[in-house]
Design a protein around this ligand. Structure first.
Ligand SMILES: *Cc1c(COP(=O)(O)O)cnc(C)c1O
Length: 362
């Protein structure tokens, strides 16, 4: 079976020496390897203010904390995402307000964001779902007009681009995940990209109890209680080796995605998703709409190709209890979209097989 998702682990000869060196170095906590990984990520993304953390969830939670989101506030978000996008908002005590999606893409709708803004709105959370970048031109304009900060949940969008730059350079907060199945995995880990030094320094303390690592422990003073969200040297060592392979790997996701864009556009029963202006996806999964979805999924799985949606729409969870009927586009999109594999593990033969199967019909 060709899986929808698969962890990439670098070859033993590359990974194990580096891991062994860190494990027996006497320093496995946050240290040199972590800072080196952080610096490399900064260089790659092109943003000075990058902070590693121990999960994408942690990055989201710190971003919400920096904004000061709390009880009585509302955060506008999307239901078509993995749960941590919204559980982190709920954890702050704020209410999640689900905006609708654009019918063509399944990504959060700028019109619906604007329609949901109230006096209690404190932030806008957008998700570059499956590696496709949201309509950032319009979302930036709404953010500016209403003076509301945007958090980009870019867990699926490592090395996706907006205006020719990697995602991680646009909004005040961008959150990446290095969990098992993402473009790049450190087993678990995450990254928070910020836009100024002040917030960077505050976030750096927030990831480690509120302590400043540069101040000797016996002299330190905590002025704001923080979390235990830092990355350690062991995960960072894995990340450093992953970075040696990342460009080639992401290139393969993109090549595969472009192959499907090109070849599936004339297949009967398929509606491809358009990409917004100034955006370039990194195709974590290949997403499209198909007629008779259940038949499609059955046909593909019977032929050894995983095909399915990945996440339960989050407004189905009791904890988020959203009123019915407020997301008409999502209601339609949710019943018609599907993902097929698009990652580094696809061979040329796999791609052709997927295309041929689909061309044959279901
Ligand atoms: C994976 C994921 C996260 C959380 O990342 P973790 O590293 O698992 O905490 C957040 N948002 C989305 C959309 C994700 O897929």
């Amino acid at each position: 079976m060709i899986p929808l998702i698969k962890p990439f682990i670098p070859p033993k000869e590359k990974l194990l020496p580096r891991l062994e060196q860190v494990l027996y170095s006497g320093y496995i906590a946050e240290g040199e390897a972590t800072y080196e990984f952080e610096n490399r990520l900064s260089q790659l993304i092109g943003n000075l203010y990058c902070l590693t953390v121990n999960s994408g969830t942690a990055a989201l939670h710190i971003a919400l904390t920096l904004i000061g989101v709390g009880p009585g506030d509302e955060v506008i978000s999307t239901a078509l995402t993995a749960e941590p996008t919204n559980t982190t908002i709920a954890l702050t005590g704020a209410k999640v307000v689900f905006a609708d999606v654009d019918i063509g893409t399944g990504l959060i709708s700028p019109d619906s964001i604007e329609a949901n803004i109230s006096v209690r709105t404190k932030a806008i959370m957008v998700v570059h779902y499956a590696g496709m970048v949201c309509d950032m031109n319009r979302i930036n304009a709404i953010s500016e007009k209403h003076n509301l900060p945007v958090i980009e949940d870019a867990a699926h969008a490592f090395m996706s681009k907006y205006r020719g730059q990697f995602v991680g350079n646009n909004s005040p907060y961008t959150c990446f995940s290095f969990q098992a199945i993402k473009h790049i995995t450190t087993v678990d880990g995450g990254l928070l990209c910020l836009k100024n030094e002040e917030e960077y320094l505050r976030a750096k303390k927030l990831r480690w109890f509120g302590l400043d690592k540069k101040v000797p422990r016996l002299l330190a003073d905590i002025t704001e209680a923080g979390f235990k969200y830092h990355m350690n040297n062991v995960n960072a060592a894995i990340g450093l080796v992953q970075l040696e392979c990342i460009e080639e790997n992401v290139h393969r996701y993109i090549e595969n995605g472009k192959f499907f864009d090109e070849n599936l556009k004339n297949v009967t029963g398929v509606t491809l998703l358009p990409y917004y202006e100034d955006t370039e996806p990194s195709y974590w999964l290949y997403t499209m709409k198909v007629d008779r979805r259940n038949n499609f999924i059955k046909m593909m799985t019977e032929n050894g190709v995983s095909a399915s949606p990945l996440h339960l729409r989050n407004d189905r969870h009791s904890v988020f209890k959203a009123p019915l009927g407020t997301t008409p586009n999502l209601d339609v999109f949710y019943d018609s979209f599907v993902h097929i594999p698009c990652g580094w593990w696809l061979t040329e033969a796999d791609k052709v097989k997927i295309f041929e199967l689909m061309k044959h019909g279901w």
